[in-house]
Design a protein around this ligand. Structure first.
Ligand code: GLN
Length: 505
């Protein structure tokens, strides 16, 4: 069995049948990660820590106390704090930071207290600094390379997560999505990811970028793997003031996944998606969308139609307004969140200062990278007296209208589908000097984030130069189980999600 590209279910079966131990699996993936250091996907690996967790998992398996995930390796985006591994958020500001506690997501997936799912942590994954970016070039620790072509970006900000899954360095990873950072790198590396409904996954211990948008989620090879992971990640957390506690928010993901489309009984094997209406927003197919991406997404629609779904034209009229609204709101919240990094409460402290004001100013000047500074400046500006109404408040109004557009659309469809990004992965360095060109790449993902809706990306083909393309599936609030089930049906009749770069098979 090729563990590198095996499904989580197959790994579970291998662990349960004693074909492999958690320790052997951890050794296997650590060896792959160490061999692939050139990708720069991992920021911190610590064999001792990983193997310690693997031994605990093996003991749990021996006692018969397993969950679906016990003993399976996972790696965390370095925006989730971990008690043992350093937590840097891709920033020099936190280069040596060790957290006194684990993020809720780390705790829920992990093994340390015997209560979590019992996954074995392989280490921490590279990302854009404080999750700000679409290419992973904003990491203070260097860009991640796309396993499909080392000259290309992997997408961002969860680029380390996507590259690590695509290269088979870990079977599962966490990521976060504020404006597309789970969906877009997944699309660009040919893997599957889901950003859940805002409030379903705890933000406790997730280093904050824009708190009203940040949402953690899983990345893996398939929709089924993502369902298993998300099922273990969700839940009410009193330590996060925006964590949801309603009955719909507490419905287990796997229950929704298995109930949808008779996944277990396969009653309608030929046309499992019969009656499902797929809304296709015309605004997602306008100028700027590359032909190769449009073609692959069209072909995916045809597959969904073969599965019984019907296609309906819809409109999301304020699609283009999502960019200015997001790039006002996200920097505003970032400027506030990042004020804690002053060399006193948190973060790097300069050696070069004469008084307190200079100490704070120089610590921030040395600790933050260019994109983070750009966002802090933008954010402070739009929140300042005299500009607040014109920019910040206006952006909040637009945000509300964007949410209403989605609700209007969901009156005539079950899911909304379209591209994740207008192009496939570009060359490292190509857009680095033009922040606005980079921001425009986020056009299809930002609206979902502003509305707090769940959105996922599933591989749907390859474009020019053999680079992966992702299909975006957007659902209404709390519909993650059904979205993942629909993607799973698609993945039963296509094999895009199983393709791997030749050199890494
Ligand atoms: N690309 C977007 C940004 O730079 C989204 C990032 C994210 O989702 N974390 O803000």
């Amino acid at each position: 069995m090729n563990f590198a590209h095996a499904s989580l279910k197959a790994l579970r079966a291998a662990l349960d049948s004693k074909q492999v131990s958690a320790t052997e699996l951890a050794e296997y993936f650590l060896a792959r990660a160490e061999k692939a250091l050139a990708l720069n996907a991992f920021l911190h690996i610590d064999r001792g820590l990983t193997l310690g967790q693997a031994r605990e998992a093996d003991a749990r398996i021996a006692r018969g106390e397993t969950t679906a995930l016990t003993g399976i390796p996972v790696a965390h985006k370095d925006i989730f704090v971990t008690r043992d591994w350093r937590s840097t958020a891709g920033s020099n500001m936190l280069a040596d930071y060790v957290s006194p506690f684990d993020a809720t997501v780390v705790e829920k997936l992990g093994a340390t207290d015997g209560k979590g799912a019992g996954m074995v942590c392989l280490g921490k994954l590279n990302c854009d600094e404080f999750a700000m970016g679409s290419s992973n070039e904003n990491s203070a620790f260097g860009p991640v390379k796309n396993p499909w072509n080392l000259a290309k970006i992997p997408g961002g900000s969860s680029g380390g997560s996507a590259a690590a899954i695509a290269a088979g360095l870990t079977p599962a990873a966490t990521g976060t999505d504020t404006g597309g950072s789970l969906r877009q790198p997944a699309a660009m590396c040919g893997v599957t990811a889901i950003k859940p409904t805002y409030g379903r996954v705890s933000r406790y211990g997730m280093i904050a970028f824009a708190s009203s948008l940040d949402q953690g989620g899983p990345m893996a090879k398939s929709a089924e793997d993502c369902a298993l992971l998300l099922d273990a990640m969700v839940g009410f957390d009193e330590r996060d003031s925006t964590s949801l506690n309603s009955p719909e928010a507490l419905t287990p993901i796997m229950a929704g996944f298995l109930a949808a489309f008779a996944l277990e009984s396969r009653a309608d094997a030929g046309a499992p998606l019969k009656g499902i209406r797929i809304g296709v927003p015309k605004e997602f197919f306008g100028a700027g969308l590359a032909d190769d991406v449009a073609g692959a997404v069209e072909a995916a629609f045809a597959e969904f139609e073969k599965l019984g779904a019907v296609r309906v034209e819809i409109s999301l009229p304020r699609t283009t307004l999502a960019i200015p609204a997001y790039y006002v709101i996200a920097p505003a919240e970032a400027s506030s969140n990042l004020s804690r990094f002053d060399g006193v409460r948190y973060g790097h402290r300069t050696k070069n200062y004469r008084d307190l004001a200079e100490m704070i100013a120089n610590s921030r000047a040395e600790g933050f990278g260019a994109e983070v500074k750009r966002r802090i400046l933008t954010g402070a500006y739009v929140l300042s007296h005299g500009y607040y109404d014109a920019y910040y408040l206006q952006a909040q109004r637009v945000r509300r209208l964007i949410g209403l557009d989605f609700q209007e659309a969901f009156k005539s469809c079950d899911f909304i589908m379209g591209p994740v990004a207008p192009t496939t992965a570009w060359d490292i360095g190509a857009k680095n000097n033009d922040p606005v060109a980079m921001y425009l790449e986020d056009i299809y993902t930002l609206g979902v984030s502003l509305a707090g809706l769940p959105g996922m990306s599933a591989p749907c083909g390859f474009g020019n130069g053999g680079m992966p393309i992702g299909l975006q599936i957007i659902g209404n609030y709390f519909d993650e189980g059904r979205m993942l089930a629909a993607a799973h049906q698609y993945q039963q009749v296509t094999d895009w999600h199983t393709r791997r770069p030749e050199a890494l098979r």
